[in-house]
Design a protein around this ligand. Sequence first.
Ligand SMILES: *Cc1c(COP(=O)(O)O)cnc(C)c1O
Length: 395
Amino acid sequence: MPNRSEPTVESSGPRLEVSLSDLLVDQELLAAAHDAVASGWWSMGPRVAAFEREFADFCGIRHAFVVANGTAAIHVALLATGIGPGDEVIVPSLTFVAAANMVRAVGATPVFCDIVGPQDLNLDPDDVAAAVTPATRAVMPVHYGGYPCDMDALAPIVVGDELFLIEDAAHAPGASLHGRRLGTFGAAGCFSFFSNKNLPIGEGGMIVTDDDDVAERIRLLRSHGMTTLTWDRHRGHASGYDVLIHGFNYRLDELRAAIGRVQLARLDDNNAARGRHADRYRERLAAVDGLVVPFARDVPGGRSAYHLQEVVLPEGIARDAVRQTLAAAGVQTSVHYPPIHTFQAFAADAGRRPLPRTDAVAPRLLTLPLYPHLTDDQIDSVVDALTDAIAATRG
Ligand SMILES: *Cc1c(COP(=O)(O)O)cnc(C)c1O
């Protein structure tokens, strides 16, 4: 079977096919999946429990709950902290739509805040401070591309019993700030294990918290509000059950938990490999006039998970033309993200606050290939193709 990670070299020239992200499948992963299937217990069971314990220990936090996906993690985190109708939740507009959708799903209002600028795509703490009203119940920052938000500046804004910090840490498993894992700074941290994320298992997510009460509500919300699990009843630990609150089925199965345990053990190494690739991109792209590679190489005291390799194209460059030229050269790119306030479904929320830096940077954003087993040759070919594409667009 061909190894998908091997670049296809076309006989016509040195052209490399470089996809945006790629999964490495090996014997250890296959064996873990095989064992889970062969065990004959497929729903939530011992592998899920072990994955949760290992993830909690990895984060240095008391509780971790695996859920069906990262969006479910955000949904449950909002409900577990009591957020609902009449409440405002501060979110960035420049992120994936899941967080804003879930704010709406619980009946609350998303309040979009601006980014710092082209050098730092994270939430601007000053704009967050200016957006807080008596109705604000949560601030939900995203660690963009795995790079830590300025938590030192955000933390003093999110104070009191009625205002919660909920981290959308979908990009940031394994990243840290001041020796503390991202996702552990607030009332809850939400992770995604989607196929193209840093800890891929297909579909899946995790919520972490140090708060025992929030943890208990997460446990109930994940599984129909029921007091006991099938697994406990199977082991004879419980016979009946009660339903305490209106919950969901957001559980994960043993097969994906087994894959998750293998991926978790590799996470630090994989993030380090991503970091080396990000360094190479940064070095090589410094020569491109007018191009910005967002985020500092090292935030003081911080370590990124290097989830996304973003660039901000020089002003006046037609992004679609650049993307087409790159595609023709065998380089897949993407856009993270079209701002949420530009979507039809959020038209009612769009005008609430001006977002001048988001509006200015968003049309220039481009995401380049990044995954742990990317090669230096592939990175160089991406940089060369991008340099040529920009030059061609300039004419
Ligand atoms: C991927 C992602 C999510 C949602 O995760 P899913 O597992 O796809 O539901 C939420 N927020 C951000 C920033 C993401 O990138």
